[in-house]
Design a protein around this ligand. Sequence first.
Ligand code: ADP
Ligand code: ZN
Length: 291
Amino acid sequence: MFGALEAGGTKFVCGTGTGPDDLTLASFPTSMPEATMAAVIQFFHQQGSMEAVGIGSFGPVDRDPASSGFGRITSTPKSGWRDFDIAGAIRAGLRVPVGFDTDVNAAALAEARWGAGRGLTDFLYLTVGTGIGGAAVASDKLVHGLVHPEMGHLRIPHDWTRDPYPGCCTYHGDCLEGLASGPALQARWGAPAESLPANHEGWILEARYLALGLASLALAFSPQRILLGGGVMRQATLFERIRAELAVLLNGYVRAGEIVPPQLGFRAGVLGALVLAEQAYHALSTPGSNA
Ligand code: ADP
Ligand code: ZN
């Protein structure tokens, strides 16, 4: 049995099991690190003995195994969590190997194994919610790079005449996340995204912005498929609008890969953390492997 933790800005979701069919879930509100981690560790203790635990965390994180900061949440504005050693807290509390990555990388791993990424060697997974996050699987492997991809912060053209809203990213203002996240929709239109009707002009602009981001990503990665999840994508008319905008932007030059919803819903993150646990477990039994 493996343990899984999806560490989110509003709640921590814990799971135990081996996959979608035997997953036991529990969830705890994200308060200060000590209290939250105590609840998480107590839950895992109650579930019995674990071979390894995987963590998919909100970020940015340090997941470079060679770094002294490995396992930490780094530059979050979230009170109390900046530089918190989340992997260390689990390792100290449970004395098991710990796998660690971002929440969105974890979700992509789960979609690759059990969801809409099955059988693909190259795909992208983006979540459009409170923020915008993205993961790339390229040649069957998650892309990590120097830190980890932060696709939500791509710069996209911003037509100030058509859209005078300045954007809400605390780092960049009008990056993709600043213009197209749920909070950006709410700030621009003065109402929560879920309350905007399907024919609201906001969705035309939203599809345009997301397609601008996806055009760059499709050209850079050439994915077979692009999975779009997160709360904002519950506005289902977005899918067709984004496909149409993307076709206009690429203008027949190359194919972009199909744009589809993920299949694992709210369980993607915690299931991905389970895959991270499994990888940490196998890395231990195969020295030299680098999961
Ligand atoms: P988080 O990103 O915090 O994990 P979600 O992926 O659920 O959470 O995204 C939350 C965002 O999604 C909010 O900004 C909310 O306004 C927006 N949202 C939720 N439901 C809908 C909906 N049906 N249509 C459009 N936007 C929605
Ligand atoms: Zn940004």
